[in-house]
Each structure stands twice: as C-alpha cells, then as structure tokens.
Design a protein around this ligand. Structure first.
Ligand SMILES: [Zn+2]
Length: 401
C-alpha cells in the first residue's frame, strides 16, 4: 500500500472527536491525527490507519486530544473599566439602577468611542490571550459599544485585526441593536441600524452575523424583527440575546428567523424551547452574567435536553456583567450553577459552539475539518472543567501547527 503523504502526524492520542453520530464525545483510544495543509487528512485508531509518510511526527504520550475550543459569544473588544460598578452592586445598587445613572453599557460606549482602533486592539489582546492560553482556536467577537457608525465599524475592524495578530479564527458580529444611544430617538436609531449600518457591514464584509438585545431595557420584538429582516436582506445570519432578564418571547422569535443561536435564555418558556428545537437554533448558555449579577432564575436546561436543542457554553466576556476571560470557568459554572453534565459542556465548547457560529469546519475531529486541536495533560476530560486554576493545556494546534 502506497504511504499517504501528510504534513504532520500526531500519534499517541486519546481522541475525543466530538463527531456527530458517535456516542458521547466520540472517544478513540490510541488515536492518530494526520494533518495536511491545515486540515485533518485522517483521524482514527492507530490500528486502522493507513501507512503515512509525514514530514513531522508528534508523540502526545497518551494525552487527551479534543478539537480546539470555540468561544461563540464574546464582547471582548472594548475600552474602559467598570470595576467601580462591581463595588456599587456589592453596596446594594442594581444593574438597572447603575445603567439609569449613566453607567453600564453607556459608560463603555463613551470609552469605546474615545479610543482609537489601535487602543482597542491593545486592550483586547490580553483578553484574547487568556482564551488562547486555555485552548480556544475560534472566537466570536461582537460590536455594540459604539452604536454610531464610526465606532461600530472601528470595533469590527479591531476584531478582524486580532485574527492576524494571533493564530486564531475570529468571527465578527454586528450588535448595533445592543442599546439605544443617548443622542437618538428609538425609531430613528432602528432605521439607521437597518438602513445604513447593516448594508455597509455586509458590503464591506465587516461581520458575518447580526445580533440584537431583545429586552425591556433594550429593543422590543417588533424592532428586533426589523433588524433581522434587514440582516436577511443583506445576506447575514442572525443571533439574539434572548429572555435574559424577562420573558420577551426571544427564543421563539429567534427560531422564527432561523437564528443560528439564541443566547442567555434564563426566562425562555416551553413554546420558545419547542420552536428552537424545530428550527435547529442553538441555545448558548452564559453562566458568567448569572454569576456576576448574582441572579437566581436559571435557563431551562432540562427542557433543552428533553427537546434535543443543542446547547453551547460561552464566556460572554464583556466589561460589565461577565468580565470572565475563561471558557473553562464558564463551563465549570454551567455544570455547578445550571446542572449541565460534563459531556454537555464539552460538546458546548466544541461542536455545538461551532454550530452557533454557522461553522461546520471546526469543533469536531473529522477528515476535511480544520486541524485545530487542544491537547490536555489530564487522565480524564472531566478534570478540565472540574478544577479552577492552573491550565492543564499541554499544546494548542491551529491549522495543523
Ligand atoms: Zn452578550
């Protein structure tokens, strides 16, 4: 048999492929991953592998190998600091009180408008590096802290630059409908988002998706639907901050618009869960904000599980409600606070998170997929989320290198 020519061979791996159609995490003992031109050329058990001719051979010494992690919901490009609000909340003020007094998102908007694109990149890099250090190979980054056209596009350009500064995939999302700017009326602002910014974002390929915040303190269902229709007309996929603080029918609305994901979902009801299951919309679970704001209402994990809604877990990394630059800690919180299983959070950081971004080339180990790997020095994969502190990541591979 002619040897198969590949660039690099990873051997001595215990694989958790996360591949669909396999039970659990798709475990393969004594596995091999072969990479060619940044893609997986072959993956499986050593005993079934064809002969390879490889330029390089890496023995992983029996370590666990998973797909590189995917953080599918972050706001990590921003300026300013809101740790004063942490102290104010501890002293008894609510998130809504702080927002009404000019804090919250409005405070980050002021700081982000004043920052240069270089400032934003410099401020974002340490946050991104924290994710990279724990094995993240694909990250989503939203705008939403400019609200005006110049700052929103500046945020999206800064996010795109991070892609070139680190070996990582960055998916950008336009979140103009995050908050109402202080200097515009509601109707005029939604017109501006739909008629001016969304077409430009699509034309200049500044973002691959459009997000909105459907909530009593942000935008209503009719406004959100308009934003989604404008996104669809421009050829962009949609996602939604849904049912976080109140039940606004966000889960069902997201499903109706074939959203990639509905995110937060603490107040999602049965109708919403059923609609998401039917539409194939991913539930993105974000325990960071729940924890930092000391909330009590939990997302309906058991209902998502029963309905077969794929669940992802993400950091929601942002300056106010979830200043958490750790996907591992977010997964730990999803288990402890929300009752997700270790298997569910692993799928939630890989295959399901990729699906929440509309990506079918990452998040699983299978032929033809990107060769993005996280190699772990642990005996059991549960250790990665059962402990907080030193990272058990041994090696991170992006596009085969
Ligand atoms: Zn968010």
């Amino acid at each position: 048999m002619q040897p198969v020519k590949v660039d690099r061979l990873f051997v001595g791996a215990r694989l958790a492929t996360m591949a669909a159609g396999r039970p659990g995490l798709g475990v393969v003992e004594d596995g091999v991953v072969a990479s060619r031109e940044g893609r997986i050329a072959w993956v499986g058990a050593r005993g079934e592998a064809p002969p390879f001719e490889a330029d390089d051979r890496v023995d992983l010494g029996g370590r666990w190998v998973t797909p590189g992690l995917v953080d599918c919901h972050t706001h990590l490009v921003f300026a300013g600091d809101r740790s004063d609000e942490f102290e104010r909340r501890l002293a008894g003020e609510s998130y809504a009180d702080i927002a009404r007094s000019g804090g919250g998102i409005a405070s980050t908007v002021r700081a982000t408008r004043a920052a240069s694109e270089d400032d934003l990149v410099a401020a974002a890099l340490p946050r991104l590096d924290a994710l990279v250090a724990e094995g993240v190979t694909t990250v989503e980054i939203k705008s939403g802290y400019g609200l005006d056209e110049a700052t929103e596009t500046k945020q999206l350009r800064a996010a795109a630059r991070l892609r070139r500064l680190r070996r990582i995939d960055v998916e950008t999302t336009y979140l103009g409908a995050h908050a109402l700017p202080e200097d515009m009326a509601r109707g005029a602002y939604v017109d501006f988002v739909c008629g001016t910014v969304i077409p430009r974002v699509a034309r200049e390929k500044l973002a691959g998706a459009v997000d909105a915040f459907l909530e009593t303190i942000a935008f209503d269902a009719a406004e959100t639907a308009r934003v989604f229709e404008a996104a669809a007309a421009a050829g962009l996929r949609v996602k939604l901050h849904a049912d976080q603080i109140t039940n606004g029918g966000g889960a069902a609305l997201a499903a109706r618009h074939r959203a990639l994901s509905a995110d937060h979902l603490e107040y999602a009801d049965e109708t919403g869960v059923a609609a998401m299951a039917k539409a194939g919309t991913v539930a993105v679970i974000l325990p960071g904000a729940f924890f930092m704001l000391n909330e009590t209402r939990k997302p309906p994990i058991a209902a998502f599980r029963a309905a077969g809604v794929p669940m992802a877990v993400a950091t929601d990394l942002n300056p106010g409600s979830s200043p958490i630059a750790s996907l591992r800690v977010s997964a730990t919180m999803a288990c402890v606070l929300f009752g997700m299983t270790v298997e569910e959070v692993w799928l939630g950081m890989t295959r399901h998170a990729a699906r929440a971004l509309g990506r079918d080339d990452v998040g699983v180990l299978a032929p033809g997929k990107a060769c993005d790997l996280a190699v772990w020095s642990v005996d059991r994969l549960a250790e990665v989320v059962a402990k907080i502190g030193p990272s058990p990541l041994h090696m991170r591979v992006w596009r085969g290198a």
